[in-house]
Write a new protein. Structure first.
Length: 146
């Protein structure tokens, strides 16, 4: 799955840099280093405390047509407490892992939808639904002591 993500990322970056390999290579190397430093390719069950994963979880499912869905109940999450209890680095790692998981779901769906048609590019995206429930959300949730 990591290789698939990197291949898609390469295609997007390559076309974004108007097919200039030197600029594309630099951007990809920076992106890979950033992903390693932020541990977004790691196994969250091993890296993050289970109670953190439970308190701040994102529910993943699919529509009847197979489109991936991510559901985040932000309004019910006390992120201020999360920053205090787990620290900024762990909370950032949690959200990075969550967004990478969404990316993996989207890539898998898009590959399945594009089998035998065209190469997967930034223009061949077929779908991803993310629902963010903000009922009860307060800007104070984002404040931290840092």
């Amino acid at each position: 799955m990591i290789l698939q993500g990197l291949c898609l990322m390469f295609g997007i970056i390559f076309s974004a840099h108007k097919l200039k390999p030197d600029k594309t290579e630099t951007m990809i190397r920076k992106s890979v280093i950033w992903r390693q430093e932020n541990r977004i390719h790691s196994n969250p069950q091993e890296e993050l405390p289970p109670d953190l994963m439970e308190k701040y979880k994102t529910i993943f499912s699919k529509t009847k047509n197979g489109i991936p869905i991510g559901y985040i109940k932000v309004g019910a999450m006390d992120t201020k407490q999360g920053f205090s209890e787990y620290g900024l680095q762990r909370m950032v790692q949690l959200w990075n892992v969550t967004f990478f998981r969404m990316e993996e779901e989207m890539i898998a769906y898009n590959k399945a939808q594009n089998i035998g048609t065209t190469k997967i590019t930034c223009d061949s995206v077929k779908g991803l639904i993310v629902l963010v429930d903000i009922k009860g959300f307060s800007a104070g949730h984002l404040l931290s002591s840092n």
